[in-house]
Design a binder for this molecule. Sequence first.
Ligand code: PGA
Ligand code: ZN
Length: 417
Amino acid sequence: MESRRVEGLRARVVFDSRGDKTVEVEVTVEGYTARAAAPSGKSRGKREVKPFADGGAEGSVRALREASGKIVGETLDGPLAVDRLLREVDGTEDFSRIGGNAALATSAAAAIAYAGSGGEPLYRSLSRYLGADPGIPLPLSNVLGGGAHAGSGAPEFQEYLLIPVGAKDVMEAIEANVLAYRKLGRLLSQEVKGYPLGKGDEGGYAPPVGNRKALELVARAAEEASDETGVRIALGLDVAGSNVFDPRSGRYTLRSDGLYLTGEEMVSFLGELVDRFGIVYLEDPFSEDSPELFAELQRSVPNTFVCGDDLVVTRPDLIRSAIEAGSIRAAIVKPNQVGLLSLAAESARICHDRRALPVASHRSGETTDAYLSHFAVGTWCRLIKCGLIGGERMAKLNELLRIGEEVGSDRLRRLSV
Ligand code: PGA
Ligand code: ZN
């Protein structure tokens, strides 16, 4: 691809959707300036890169400004070429010198600016560069949240998710999920006395009910919305197992259901929920230190996509070995877990090449940026987990509608479940 010069780099501190500070970067390539900010997680995997340098977001901005002399003036020969420079200026394994969020914001801003300076949107530049066929990922929408994303009293499972597997285009997909979300709100008002429809960090409801009850209500809402729209909506779940596991007792603690389960009992319990509710997607069902339990569950529910998030933290090496060990058939791709769009794209490719599902994902603390949608379309991501309700969530879905006008809104990726 064409060589283009980096003409400027500016970094600043901004706030994410939770009110936490993060890093935003502006990069100018051949007169075209693009801006990108990085999101932050609350239920983070142990093997993720360090999100910030010493001194937090401010420290990261200082470190990036000091390093910017080694980036400005250099030439880029593709949308992801700045990533090599970022590795060089940081020089650590875990991005602790500048912080993964400063790295990602620079990686994304440079990619957008490189594409834009050639008159292209990011998704098209990425898909051309990577040789990936552009396609719209199916939205995997959080409609009910618990765990680390909600207050006490909410269920322990972190995310109750909807996948509009029967949608014919992206508009229909979003509409079906929104209708199910509204139906869920109505059901919760009827069934949970005194619950004023509070929400978790990702915009899903956060009611004081047990995990089983939450699943029942989400399943009912999905079914009603499916009946009304004719679009089949399947269920998914992110257990965020590391947060449910209590290392002292060695048990998975589902207090809201009165259940304290060993790993083996948790395998059976989740298997029952999969059968009972037809769950097709199950993320981080166990602690990130128990890959063998993932494999055991994946064997017992072969038609469900067991997905690794904290287990594999978007690292190509970890994803490859987890797929090969049979622990997962899907992997979360969160660019800021590794700090570089190029590494995240490689992770998506590794999934694609091994017939596993790459799932582009937001973080619980988000920004209104929508480059995640371009990343998902321009790489091989089959699903996008970006929430549903809330400006920072809907920004990504609305961007899919715009991209759909160019690539064809019916080029929605399929999921046969
Ligand atoms: P996080 O959680 O963004 O708070 O880390 C999201 C997830 O576990 O998928
Ligand atoms: Zn997760």
